[in-house]
Design a protein around this ligand. Structure first.
Ligand code: AVI
Length: 330
């Protein structure tokens, strides 16, 4: 039987969406928060993105885990039993490698995926419990950016929190630091965090990853407007907005925008709001920060972790850091 724990906090409620959209579309540089991408259709499109040839992120991290999962798990456990928690688990596809390595070392592994999507958690639970015997999945529907309460552990257990997939890169630097501090606060000294970060590389490689020729990323970006049409009864003409990906070198981030192809007015009756666009005006929908080597380790240090090892691929495109929670000082 599938048991899903839901946090009491409600998330992505109509009022949360309404206030985020209202604030974003009334700003001078119009913005929409990137969490709006992930409705059912958007989550499917993201799964498709992870398989397109130009989107190196998922494939490169997966290749690192394929080689190093046994070492990562052994290093995190330090001879104790591991309890694995994953923030924003989604389909938990790459996690199979780490859980497979963990069940090689201990008979049963508790795995607690945390995600806002109950559907993604149910699918992940069914797949993992059949593919990796020995894994006991305890899914939790929660927004980990708001609520990071973890179950208590036995004295003989160590926690390994997974925050992989470059998800940290979708937060502004101050938010990313605050999130890492909250993760540290939820752990006890000796527990570990595995962080996956995307590194700065040739601009052309990054541009084609975020503007693929098949147009999957463009569909993912425009889906945010489809969602507003459905959920707020807005009348965005999705064909009147182009997808644009840009590398912002000064901020070290890939940006996604929706470019208005004409002067137009959009009506959002759900918010009793009309929004005017001039031709070429953009809605900024996502930042995806790319780090230089050593930068993730510095952020982890500031948050109260010591990085014990960093694994990268041979091109140096992606890094996976294993960081241990330090004793709290002061
Ligand atoms: C989920 N996140 C890590 C992806 C990224 O690469 O920033 C989202 C994405 N945006 C465009 N393509 C993929």
């Amino acid at each position: 039987m599938t048991t899903i724990t839901a946090s009491p906090a409600s998330f992505q409620t109509p009022s949360k969406i309404g206030s985020a959209v209202c604030e974003g579309l009334l700003s001078r540089q119009k913005t929409l928060p990137s969490w709006l991408f992930y409705d059912t259709a958007g989550s499917r499109l993201f799964e498709q993105i992870t398989r397109i040839p130009e989107y190196y992120v998922t494939r490169t991290e997966r290749a690192i885990l394929e080689v190093h999962a046994p070492k990562i798990v052994a290093r995190a456990a330090e001879g104790q039993a591991l309890r694995v928690i994953e923030l924003g688990a989604g389909s938990a596809e790459k996690t199979t490698l780490l859980l497979g390595a963990a069940v090689e070392r201990q008979d049963t592994v508790f795995y607690e995926p945390v995600d806002v999507s109950a559907m993604a958690l149910i699918e992940a639970q069914m797949r993992l419990e059949s593919q990796v015997p020995g894994v006991l999945v305890c899914p939790r529907v929660a927004d980990y950016t708001k609520n990071l309460e973890l179950d208590s552990t036995l004295p003989s257990e160590r926690r390994l929190v997974l925050y992989i997939g470059s998800s940290i890169g979708n937060f502004e630097p101050a938010e990313a630091n605050a999130l890492l501090k909250r993760v540290r606060a939820a752990l006890v000294p000796g527990d570990c965090l595995l962080l996956g970060v995307d590194l700065v590389k040739d601009e052309r490689v990054m541009l084609s990853a975020y503007d693929d020729p098949a147009g999957v990323t463009a569909a993912f970006n425009r889906n945010i407007l489809v969602r507003l049409n459905r959920e707020l009864d807005a009348d965005f003409d999705t064909r009147a907005f182009d997808h644009r990906a840009v590398w912002n070198a000064a901020e070290s981030r890939m940006e996604m925008h929706l470019v208005s192809l004409a002067r137009q007015t959009v009506w959002l009756p759900g918010l009793d709001m009309r929004v005017n666009f001039v031709e070429r005006e953009t809605i900024h929908t996502e930042n995806s920060y790319k780090y230089r080597p050593g930068q993730a380790e510095e952020m982890l240090q500031v948050a109260g972790f010591t990085t014990e090892a960093t694994w990268t691929d041979e091109r140096g495109w992606f890094a996976v850091c294993l960081a241990r929670a330090e004793e709290a000082t002061g």
